[in-house]
Design a protein around this ligand. Structure first.
Ligand SMILES: Nc1nc2c(ncn2[C@@H]2O[C@H](COP(=O)(O)OP(=O)(O)OP(=O)(O)O)[C@@H](O)[C@H]2O)c(=O)[nH]1
Ligand SMILES: [Mg+2]
Length: 456
């Protein structure tokens, strides 16, 4: 235990007034601090037993709040140390006063993420799980939350441990044979090669699946394009269920790209309403259309919108030309409430999804949203089973491991001496160890836990 001397305390619940707040104390003096400020007529004995009582200021003997309090004995606690929790009323002054008497009784204020850091340092959770706590709290979509819960549950850690164990086994075999060449057989390079190839494939799979991890944070970029007045802004507003973009019957209403984040079927999307594409009538439109074309290249999915109450125009055909080579696109025939002039068969182009909608009445918007999530699922492997990496740090370490395993494979294929190959394997192992936090520098640790909040 690294912090035996220090006992820390912080408010672990959110800021602002609330019905209940939680104040947490961790460290060797937790028990004595709690008993010096907590007065219970019927104290419950034993680790984890909740008691009702009052927090009393030891100096003034004044009652601060009526609370429930619990003491957990180390090591079976979140931090691995003695831990106390006080469930008080969530008023700002109450919480401040309770924290004050705890600090006056000998605790110091916890640093950001210090409870989780202690849990990590005491071997209660690994780095992946510590980061998953933050990722779960910050998750904005159900997919993001599920993915964080997989990591908190230790599923990713288990797989990472499996990889590092196999790398270690190979290293032990190589080192034994180089240290004791007379007694130990030379390692079977075919078998090592087979193992490394499998690990390389695993690492690659993690990296591929984790594209979704990045998408979960940034959102799937969807651009809505079409000629002016077909109802692009109206469709965006219908999906957002708010009047985000200005809608008028004047063609060329939207002159800039407008971004809005929205959650559809548990997945995060970033919608880009764009300026209608046509031969520009002024400098504002020239710039607007330039921006639309730029978005076209930078989007994950394109909604190509037409006004189905009018015959196809030359501007519509130009739009079709622009998206001819784009694969992930959805054809949207808008204004289905009006008499129809065109249908699906009038539009050329390889559209995997076609939807008929009316932004005015809302008809077909749900189908459009389902089509968007279907395309996203196919494109980004939003699978529930894969254990995705959670952040760019984990991603970078897995990338390093993959590269080093690849270098070791080339080394074996190129008939390099096995002790030279082992350098690459060691590097792969150190990248994997850093990923889980099995071996990690104090500098990296501080950086990670600084991104947490106080009280976590
Ligand atoms: N009847 C009917 N009218 C619609 C529908 N969707 C949009 N409109 C009307 O079409 C006109 C243009 O709508 P916008 O949403 O501004 O079209 P836009 O494609 O964003 O146009 P620009 O920003 O100029 O490129 C407005 O008068 C809307 O009320 C629809 O589904 N049915
Ligand atoms: Mg518009």
């Amino acid at each position: 235990m690294l912090y035996e001397e220090d006992t820390i305390a912080a408010v672990s619940s959110g800021q602002g007034d609330s019905a209940i707040a939680v104040v947490r104390i961790s460290g060797g003096r937790s028990r004595s601090i709690l008993s010096s400020i907590f007065d219970s007529t019927k104290p419950k004995k034993g680790s984890g037993a909740l008691s009702l009582g009052w927090i009393i200021d030891p100096n003034t003997k004044e009652k601060i709040d009526q609370v429930m309090a619990v003491f957990f004995s180390s090591p079976a606690t979140f931090t691995g140390e003695d831990l106390a929790e006080i469930y008080c009323h969530g008023g700002r002054l109450i919480v401040q006063n309770i924290l004050r008497v705890i600090l006056e009784s000998g605790a110091r204020p916890a640093e950001k993420g210090e409870f989780s850091k202690r849990a990590f340092l005491n071997g209660k959770i690994d780095l992946i799980q510590a980061e998953a706590i933050v990722e779960a709290i910050r998750a904005k979509t159900n997919y993001g939350l599920k993915s964080a819960m997989h990591r908190l549950d230790g599923k990713l850690s288990k797989e990472i441990l499996g990889i590092s164990k196999e790398l270690e086994d190979i290293l032990v075999e190589i080192e034994a044979s180089t240290d004791f060449p007379d007694d130990v057989e030379t390692p079977n390079s075919d078998r090592i090669l087979a193992t490394l190839s499998r690990l390389f494939f695993d690492a690659e799979k993690f990296l591929k699946n984790s594209v979704s991890g990045k998408i979960l944070n940034d959102g799937i970029k969807v651009s809505i394009i079409g000629k002016p007045n077909v109802g692009k802004s109206s469709i965006v507003n219908a999906i957002l269920k708010e009047e985000r973009s200005i809608v008028t019957d004047i063609p060329g209403t939207t002159t800039d790209t407008i971004e809005s984040a929205v959650n559809i079927n548990g997945m995060p999307f970033l919608l880009n309403d764009t300026a209608g594409m046509r031969v520009p009538k002024n400098t504002i439109e020239i710039e607007g259309i330039k921006r639309t074309e730029k978005k076209l290249g930078d989007s994950d999915i394109i909604l190509v919108v037409f006004d189905s109450s009018e015959p196809l125009s030359s501007d519509d055909k130009k739009v079709l030309g622009k998206v001819a080579n784009i694969e992930k696109k959805i054809l949207v025939l808008n204004k289905s409430d009006k008499p129809q002039a065109i249908g699906r068969k009038d539009i050329d182009g390889n559209f995997p999804y076609i939807t008929k909608v009316s932004a005015l009445t809302g008809e077909g918007i749900k189908e459009l949203e389902d089509a968007m999530s279907s395309v996203a699922k196919e494109a980004f492997n939003f699978s529930q089973e894969v254990h995705m990496l959670g952040n760019s740090r984990q991603y970078a370490n897995m990338g390093k491991a993959k590269d080093s395993i690849g270098a070791a494979i080339s080394g074996i294929n190129g008939k390099y001496p096995i002790d030279v190959v082992s350098i690459d394997i060691k590097e792969a192992l150190s990248a994997i160890s850093e990923l889980s936090g099995a071996i990690v520098s104090e500098k990296i640790l501080s950086k990670i836990f600084e991104s947490f909040c106080i009280g976590k």
